[in-house]
Write a protein that binds this ligand. Structure first.
Ligand code: ZN
Length: 268
């Protein structure tokens, strides 16, 4: 039984003192791959370097997180366009809209950068990793993102799975719109938190075939480990929570989510 962490930030300074030891622990825990998300300008080289260092276990996703949209210059755009041609760069992300960070990058800036990211994904024919976060009960960032996808996103038919809505944390109506667009749902520690029954219900309704697992480390440690640094060795624990809730054997969940992640990122 092997698992994959479809969304990690191991280049985060939180791992500066023990990155290699952490990765050794991750592999020993039965997590065969960790996908590194490099989502601001000064993370791209590090993300690619990690993928080059662990080619059998790691790949990089490059893009601009909405929080950092204001830092996206024409020079950065030219560089990202080049870097995305690297075979170690397997997707564009994480990209989207985040209304918690409007003080960092305003709505228009976030929207403009998301348009550019979708255009890039079309051009390089690689899948997308979406990050959408609402402030309170206002689902407008989801509506707007899905609307932009419907109008601007042209995923290549050659992609087995064209994208994922990472850190899924909404109800079934939102899940359904994502699934209709061909997106997978990225499930992490949020699924395990007591107050999040609505997420669990939506995930159950979506079905195991639509899921992949992620940590979003160093953030969002699963229940029981909250307050400590998260890392990809927690994926089997998250998988066990999901399998228990869906009432299926964890081996089956591991098999399906692993294959979905390999299909998404075009890995073998
Ligand atoms: Zn992330």
């Amino acid at each position: 039984m092997t698992f994959i962490d479809s969304h990690a930030h191991l280049c985060d300074p939180a791992f500066d003192t023990d990155r290699e030891q952490t990765i050794a622990r991750v592999l020993a825990a039965g997590v065969s791959h960790f996908i590194e998300i490099a989502c601001q300008v000064d993370e791209w080289n590090g993300g690619l370097a990690l993928a080059e260092k662990y080619p059998a276990h790691c790949a990089a996703v490059l893009g601009i997180h909405p929080e950092f949209a204001r830092t996206y210059t024409p020079q950065a755009h030219a560089r990202l366009t080049q870097l995305l041609k690297d075979p170690h760069a397997v997707a564009v992300g994480e990209i989207g809209l985040d209304y918690v960070y409007l003080h960092e990058s305003d709505k228009d800036t976030q929207i403009h950068v998301l348009e550019q990211m979708l255009q890039l994904a079309n051009d390089v024919q690689k899948p997308i990793v979406l990050h959408v976060r609402r402030e309170g009960e206002d689902y407008e960032p989801y509506e707007r993102t899905f609307d932009m996808l419907r109008h601007l996103w042209k995923p290549s038919k050659s992609l087995k799975k064209p994208g994922v809505l990472h850190c899924f944390s909404a109800g079934y109506d939102t899940a359904k719109e994502a699934l209709d667009l061909g997106l997978l749902l990225g499930i992490n520690g949020c699924f395990t938190y007591k107050k999040n029954e609505y997420i669990r219900e939506a995930v159950k309704k979506a079905g195991v075939d639509k899921l992949i697992l992620e940590t979003d480390c160093p953030y969002l440690s699963p229940q029981g480990k909250r307050g400590t640094r998260n890392d990809p060795s927690n994926i089997p624990l998250i998988g066990q929570w999901v399998a228990d809730y869906l009432d299926i054997p964890v081996e089956k969940l591991a098999e399906i989510t692993t294959q979905n992640t390999l299909d998404l990122y075009g890995l073998k």
